[in-house]
Design a protein around this ligand. Structure first.
Ligand SMILES: [Zn+2]
Length: 486
């Protein structure tokens, strides 16, 4: 038991230091680790299995909405990256450059993609000729590189994995419809699969993607009250198609520029899952994306080992047909050590089977999220496990939603705003005048940014009917969410 205690003590309590807690969990649960390359992480097998489940769940939705996957080059010639002015200005400080091929200096520097608009647009320009070639609905799963000064495992790393959708349309309306469709796909995916409630909304001009007409976002609240931008969808308008000459001959024989969108989520979602659900014992993974959903832990002495392990193995084989089930029958670790280990790793359900359980034809199920113990007859396992996993998934979303509600506040004035942001964090829902300089002043004072202008059910930004801006007192245009963010 001494061993156990020491094990748990290695994780900094969440309430004591959230960011230490986060790093402890990521490393000790063996999701990822730092490497000798500054800002780059290694995603370990357990972390990668989690990412694969996240990826597959989203990939299904991307395909179900009519998109296909493709793959484009890693390198972007400098001249292409520089074509769209706002775009290059936005990314210039974080671009990594390739200057040599072997020992030969290159005639033109190559950027390692920080995002792929430039390279993909140059290729689309060749693919699109007629209105019959539209729409182009393509997604890419890839790595990108952004030279970050301050990094954090999964949340901000120099190289990361993501998907980026890039589409071309005949009209502005179609592009706008696509932008919002994918925003809602992200929302449904985050809430259903990650049990992570999000607020869909529009970014302000200060916060939008370099080169976009409009940027939409899903914003989640982490366990320390800070916001995480969990996914973005951009209506690029014709900014890129004009620079890259992506033109089509329309039905009326007039040559026109296409309307474009791009949208993406990244491995940062893994960080989001950890920070939304985890506790002082470690990870709590939503069943739908957990690499292992049920861990079977046989409890035995030398005399009972054979019978207990045999039955536990049988149960595991049986359950593996209906869920992702593993068994840990290793002799060199105590059951207590194993309980801690799988709690740390966030496995949703632990199934304990000891000699007494065996005699009674039952087992003990322990929920990771509530740590509740449930006695279950072995004959009922097949029905109980899927229902329990579903219940845990639902309860996790409900708990995260309740936490967000509790930590979303309104304030009477700017003094209170500053105080809340300093002492409690969370989201502040407040009226804003619509002025970008006023927004920047708030950031200067409080480190809080406008996370989004929320949308109504018809995807329209909700305008304020009354009230005055929380900072400057001018008539309010919108009610918006403010928060400090990752
Ligand atoms: Zn204002």
């Amino acid at each position: 038991m001494g061993n156990e205690k020491q094990f748990v003590q290695e994780i900094t309590p969440k309430s004591q230091d959230f960011s230490e807690w986060y790093v402890d969990v990521v490393r000790k649960a063996e999701l990822a680790d730092y490497t000798t390359i500054k800002g780059c992480m290694v995603i370990k097998p357990y972390g990668f299995a989690l990412w694969e489940n996240i990826r597959d769940a989203l990939d299904k939705r991307i395909k179900a909405t009519g998109h296909q996957n493709a793959y484009f080059p890693l390198f972007v010639p400098e001249s292409l990256l520089k074509k769209e002015a706002a775009h290059v200005e936005g990314f210039a400080p974080e671009v990594a450059w390739v200057t040599h091929g072997g020992n030969e200096p290159l005639e033109e520097r190559l950027a390692i993609r920080p995002t792929s608009e430039a390279i993909i647009c140059s290729i689309y320009a060749k693919w699109v000729q007629s209105y019959r070639d539209l729409p182009i609905l393509i997604n890419q799963w890839a790595n990108v590189v952004r030279w970050e000064k301050v990094t954090r495992l999964f949340l901000r790393t120099t190289e990361f994995l993501w998907q980026e959708g890039h589409t071309c349309h005949r009209t502005m309306d179609e592009a706008q419809e696509e932008t919002l469709k994918m925003l809602r796909v992200y929302q449904e995916f985050a809430e259903t699969e990650l049990a992570m409630p999000v607020i869909p909304g529009q970014k302000t001009d200060n916060e939008k993607f370099p080169g976009a007409l409009y940027t939409y976002t899903i914003e989640a609240m982490m366990g320390d009250g800070k916001a995480l931008q969990a996914g973005t969808s951009h209506n690029l308008g014709q900014h890129f198609s004009k620079m890259f000459e992506i033109m089509f001959e329309d039905e009326d024989h007039v040559r026109k520029y296409v309307w474009q969108t791009s949208w993406g989520v990244s491995t940062r979602l893994v960080g989001g899952v950890i920070m939304t659900h985890g506790d002082d014992h470690g990870l709590i993974l939503p069943p739908r994306i957990a690499p292992t959903q049920v861990i079977v832990v046989p409890i035995f002495q030398a005399a009972t080992r054979e019978a207990v392990v045999a039955k536990a193995g049988e149960l595991k084989e049986h359950l593996a047909k209906i869920c992702r089930c593993e068994i840990d029958a290793r002799d060199q670790y105590t059951p207590g050590w194993k309980f801690n280990e799988y709690e740390l790793r966030g496995v949703p359900v632990r199934l304990e089977l000891g000699p007494k359980d065996l005699a009674k034809e039952q087992c003990v199920l322990v929920r990771r999220d509530t740590r509740e113990k449930i006695f279950c007859p072995l004959t009922e396992l097949e029905n109980r496990i899927p229902a329990l996993l579903e219940q845990i998934q639902k309860d996790m979303l409900a708990r995260a939603r309740a936490y967000r509600e509790e930590n979303t506040r309104t304030v009477a004035n700017y003094d209170e705003f500053r105080q809340v942001m300093e002492e409690k964090r969370g989201f502040i829902f407040a009226p804003w005048c619509g002025n970008g300089e006023c927004e920047l002043k708030v950031k200067e004072d409080t480190k809080a940014t406008i996370r989004c202008l929320p949308l109504d059910n018809e995807n329209r930004v909700i305008e304020a009917r009354e009230g005055v801006c929380v900072r400057c007192g001018a008539p309010a245009k919108y009610n918006v969410y403010f928060a400090r963010a990752y």
